[in-house]
Design a protein around this ligand. Sequence first.
Ligand code: NAD
Length: 492
Amino acid sequence: MKTYDLFINGQSVPPQTKKYFDSFNPFTGQVWAKIAQATAQDVDDAVQVAHHAFSEGPWSTMTATQRGLLMHKLGDLIARDAKELATIEVQDNGKLFAEMFGQLNYVPQWFYYYGGLADKIEGNVIPLDKKGFFSFTRKEPLGVVAVITPWNSPIMLTAWKIAPALAAGCTVVIKPSEFTSASILHFVKLFEEAGFPPGVVNVITGFGNEAGTALVEHPLTKKITFTGSDSTGKIINQQAAKFLKHVSLELGGKSPNIIFADANLDDAVNGAVSGIFAATGQTCIAGSRLLVQDSIYDELVQKLVTLSKTAKMGDPMSSDTQIGPVTTRPQYEKILSYIDIAKNEGAKLLMGGEVATRPECGNGWFIEPTIFGDVNNKMRIAQEEVFGPVLSIIRFKDEAEAIQIANDSRFGLGAGVWTSDIGRAFRMSEKIKSGTVWVNTYRAVSFMAPFGGFKESGLGRENGIEAIQSYLETKCVWINTGAASANPFTMR
Ligand code: NAD
């Protein structure tokens, strides 16, 4: 059995209470590791160290170019260890090795991209309307950033936050999900090898209401960057507001994937399957509401069910497995309860709808890929996030109705549009209220492409050039170059 400690000031340290909790392998249902349970005292240690590294340590005197070079070295080390890191992630979250390995091979790009941006952070000279002054802006790092992440893509989602934070000159304390802490503790060891000074990147593991709350409320954390459920995001936003901290939130969704009669139906079916069954539906951008135009409804549903029935379930480490287990036991129970809700609401079960008992699923937390037809958008199964392999299909007549149904949601993270009409593609991408709209594709992300939610799907954007600004504060400097003293009782 592996035991994992906290990572503070470049070293593995046990929690002060010496308490550890279990981490489960979702494929076997067995405990495979013990993880340190941090309390507020451990959090204070980590934040103090990060604050020292930010304000006094070598990190604070490095040039932005030096920071960027370290990030490049780190990217190379992640690429070197991608297979090992992905294997640990699969053990913890049960997602397919192919998916996690793909992510880990892509993660270096975040460090290359933001490493390259580090020395391109520039202020402005202000063309003042007043004579005798020179004015300019400086962009200064915020300080210690609290990074709180969920279980579905532990290292990739952490990279989305820490790459721009480090490029900006901040230091970080990471609180990974209590369900998937192990891979982050391997990952942070690479920072030392790359040459980062100790204390720049720290990890405290533990529970949200204990370690997470302490991190959010600590007076020295200046920004909270969070990915997770909308309910936790709202709690964090309230806590952070008490101290006026900067906050960015990447929350859940109930994304519409909309298929028009003029689409290439085979491509659209492929996109629908990828939208809901990839990652066993455990992705914030899951296309969990499939909107299908009336005239092609029967044909499309038949193609979709036929393809979905071919999906191979089983060991996530096998290269031919397509659907793995659900990551956590509570999530498994939550998904099953939503299947019951949908049945009771009168949605028509087209396939699945039960625990998977196939021999290749062993004792893992598997649920059959599930499709409900004739769903009404007012049903709970169409309005609430399930975060599992459960699809709701909703009919629509025309473009106007598709837009109305798509936007009838408190979420607005992603949306897919399948059409061969270029005008319609533009109209739909303008009218849909979501942070991302994919046309004739689904579930594509890039370090360059801004990502985040409208409405209750979040605040702020990750990825792309603008993300780095959310780790910076603007200072405006005024220098008197010769203006005469003025009446002290009036504004200049
Ligand atoms: P969660 O909100 O329960 O937990 C996320 C993290 O927050 C964990 O590290 C947890 O320990 C911590 N936490 C919990 N309560 C806290 C508190 N009071 N203060 C501080 N930290 C606290 O979410 P989860 O169950 O780990 O992840 C699944 C959810 O995340 C889904 O709803 C999904 O939609 C969402 N998600 C969103 C995105 C996105 O980019 N928008 C990506 C992945 C997952």
